[in-house]
Design a protein around this ligand. Sequence first.
Ligand code: ADP
Ligand code: ZN
Length: 217
Amino acid sequence: MNLIILGAPGSGKGTSATVLREKYNLAHISTGDLFRYNLKENTPLGIEAKAYMDKGALVPDDVTIRMVEDRLNQPDCEKGYILDGFPRNIAQAEALDKILASKGAKIDAVVYVICDDEVIMDRVTTRRVCEKCGASFNVKYMPTKVEGVCDVCGGKVYQRSDDNAETVAKRLDTYRENTKPLIDFYNARGIIVEGNNNVDSDTCIASIEAGLKALSL
Ligand code: ADP
Ligand code: ZN
């Protein structure tokens, strides 16, 4: 099964993707994590991406699409995958269609995580992430057992440089302008499955799972 997970920045799509990855044994392809990994390793791609990420803007399509295409060619994607953070605009979605067509593959469902802006602003500005495994925590709602240390892998937990109020507001604008139109794009194919993450992630996941079942997935 091949999935896309869509939602505003900080809507909880990364957390939902992690649950779905375990449940359905999928490769998890997060373009944000791939950019952050490149940045940590100081690669030319990471250095180029950082300037855009810090502004809350999208990294240019050509480098992003090439990075995803390479990732989709890795052997672990054969078991099925969840694309988290890609596509993020119509041009990327059309490029993805071409890549998949050349492989004789398709996207089975698009998971849409719904969350209100006020909730996002509160959660993202207090979010902490593990630099090693990408797990998300929150100083207010889900603190790590030991301060600064990941509960999952023992890695170092830090605040992303783009998780400040000003950049989050820009990321929300970028989302509305570029990414939200993808809902109509995939709705036309009848493959959208929704989860509402305003209250808690368990109810969100339960409704996503029910939606996937309704599509016979
Ligand atoms: P969030 O969804 O919480 O904003 P991500 O980790 O998915 O966080 O992305 C962080 C940043 O990485 C984005 O603001 C953007 O600059 C860049 N990025 C991630 N995915 C893409 C993509 N598909 N196209 C362009 N830029 C991307
Ligand atoms: Zn970790």
